[in-house]
Design a protein around this ligand. Sequence first.
Ligand code: IVH
Length: 685
Amino acid sequence: MRDLFSDIEQEVSENTNSNNEIEVQIKALRKELDEHNYKYYVLAKPTISDFEFDKKMRQLQDLEEAYPQFFDPNSPTQRVGSDLNVSFEQVKHQYPMLSLSNTYSEGEVLDFYERTSKLLNADFELVCELKYDGSSISLIYENGELARAVTRGDGEKGDDVTANIKTIKSIPLKLHGSDFPEKFEIRGEILMPWPVFDELNREREEQEEPLLANPRNAAAGTLKMQNSAEVAKRKLDGFFYYLLGEDLPAETHSDNLETARKWGFKVSDAVKVCKNPEEVFEFLRYWDVERKNLPVATDGVVIKVNSIIQQRNLGFTAKSPRWSIAYKFQAEQAVTRLNSVSYQVGRTGAVTPVANLEAVQLSGTTVRRASLHNADIIAGFDLHIGDMVYVEKGGEIIPKITGVDTDTRNDDGEKVEFITNCPECGTELIRIEGEAAHYCPNEYACPPQIKGKIEHFVSRKAMNIDGLGSETVNLLYQNNIIENIADIYDLKLTDIAGLERLGEKSAQNIMDGIEKSKEVPFERVVFALGIRYVGETVAKKLAGHYKSIEKLENTTIDELVTVDEIGIKIAESVVQYFENEHNRALIERLKAAGVQLAVSEDMMQPKSDTLEGKTIVISGTFKHHSRDEYKKMIEQHGGKNSGSVSGKTSFILAGENMGPEKLKKAEKLGIKLLSEEDFLKLIGK
Ligand code: IVH
C-alpha cells in the first residue's frame, strides 16, 4: 500500500514538474511574441520574419490548447478576436472624459498663453502634440496588464470595448519593465489609417453600400462592432497622449509620455516642449503642412501646460481643463460659384441633392460637384443659384459645401428649394420620420429605382450574372424586355441577341450566366433582393438564422431583433419588404425559376475527402465563385481554411490581384499557387 502511494506521489510530482516547465515555456513564448508585436506595430522595426513569427505563434496556440489551465486573457493569441457576439457594458469613468476648448488662430493661442501666464504667475512650459482625429479611448492597466478599455461615451460613462481593443496589435496587453503604478489610466485616440479606410470604402462602393464619411466615423463604428474577429480585420491603430492616476511616474507631462513610451505604448514622435509662444507657432506652421504626409488623420494641435503641479493649480472648468487648448487646422477650402443643383435617385428611392459647381482646385484635385446631403442643409444655408460657396474636403472624401458668402450675392439667383416631386417619375416625395432623406415612394415604376434594383441583383457580390452590366440592363429595360428581377429568368436568347451592340456570343454568355446564377447560395440571394438596409453581412445573418425564404417571409419584428446585428430599423424594413404583394409575387417567380431560396442541404453535407489534411489560404478576387463559396467548398471536401500563409499551408487558391505580402511569403516558402480553374478541376467541378 505504501509503495502504491509513493508511486502516485512521485507521478504527481513529476507531472507538476513538467507542468511547471510548460508554464515557463508558455510564458516565455508570450513574452517573446509580445516583444515582436511591439517591434513590428509600435517601432515599425521587425527583427524576425513573418514566417518565424507565425511559427512561434502556432507553437503557443498549440501549447495553450493542450494546457488550458494556463489560459491568460492577455496572451498574444487572444488578439485575433472572437466570433461571439458581445454587448457592451456601460462603465463609469473614474475621471470624466472632458473635451478641449478650440482655437482657430495664432491670436487665440496667444490669448491662452497670456491667460495661463497670469493665472500661474510663474514660468511655465507648454507641450505641443498633434490632435489625432479618431475615437478617444480610456485604458485601465492593473498590475501592468490591460484590465479594461472604455469609449468616451457621454464623458461620464462609456462602453466597455476591451475585447475589440485587444485586437489592436500596437496596444500593449502587458507592459514593459516594472516601474509602473499598480493601477493607472491612459488615454489616447483609436485611428483607422488612411490606406485601411480607402480600402474599406472601395469594398463598400463595390457592394453599393453607403461610403463612410471619414476615418473618425470608421474607427468609432469599428470599435462598436459586436464581433471582435471582424474588428481584428480592420487594422486599427492608436496613439496615446494622457496619463492619469494617483501616482504618476513624473512631474511633467512630457516625461510621463516618455515613460509611457518605455512601457510599450505608441506615443507620437511629434511632441515638442515649448518655452514661448513663438516656438508653439513654429510647431503649428510646420505640422499644418507636414500632417498631409501622415498615414492617419489629424485635425489640429493640442497645447498643454507641461508641469503636472501647474496643471493641478489651473484645474478645470465644467467642460474642459484650463491647462490645455486645441488649435484646429483650417480645413482645406475653396470658394466657387454654385451653377445648379441636381437630384439623384438611388435604387432605394433616396433622393440626394448635388451641387454643380464652377470647376475649382482643392487639395490637388478639380472639384465640380459637391454633396449637399439633404433638404435641411440646403435650407440652413439659404442657398441661391449663383452664390459663391465654400467647398471643403477636410477628412471627408466627398467634398461638401460648408458655407455661403452672402455678401457677394446678387439678387438674380433663384432660391434653391428642395424638390417636392421625383425628378425621374414625378411622384410626390416622402420623408420618413426621423430620417433626413427624402424618398420617392414609387418603387415599382420609377426608372432609376427599377434599373438600380436589377443592377444590384445581377452584381458580382449578389447573383453575379456575367455580361449583364448596367448598360445591358438599361437596354433591356428601355426595350421593355425586363422590368423586374424575376423577368431575368424569362429571358430568351433571341430577346438579348436582338439588342443593339450585342451579338449572339455575348447573348449566349448572358444566358449561361443567368443559368449559373441559380446555384448562387441563399445568403447571396437574400442580399440580391435589395431590401433596404440589408447589406451582405446582414443577409448572411438572416439566411443563417431563417434557412429558408418561407420562414423569413413570415417572421416578425420581435423575432428579427433577436438575430445578431439586426436592430429595429432593419427588422422593420425586412417585414415591410415581405408584406408587399409585389415582392412576394417576385419571390414566387424566382422560386419557380429555380433560384436558391433556402440553405441547400447539399451545402451542409461533406462532398469528398479530396482536400483531407490540406490547409488552404484563399487570396485575391475571383471570377467564378465568391470567397465564401470557396471557403465552403474547401470545407466540404475535407480541407481547412487559413487566413495566413505559413509553413503549414498546402497551397494558395489564388485569384486576381493577390495581396503582395502573401505572394512574397508564398514565394519565399515555395508554396504552390492554384488558379480558380485548377482548384475547381481538383475538386471535380
Ligand atoms: S488631451 C482633458 N491630446 O481631442 C482632455 N486629446 O477635444 C485631454 N485628442 O477628447 C485630451 N489628440 O479625443 C489630447 N494629443 C491629444 C489629442 C487629444 C486628439 C482628442 C481627444 C479629446 C479631444 C478633445
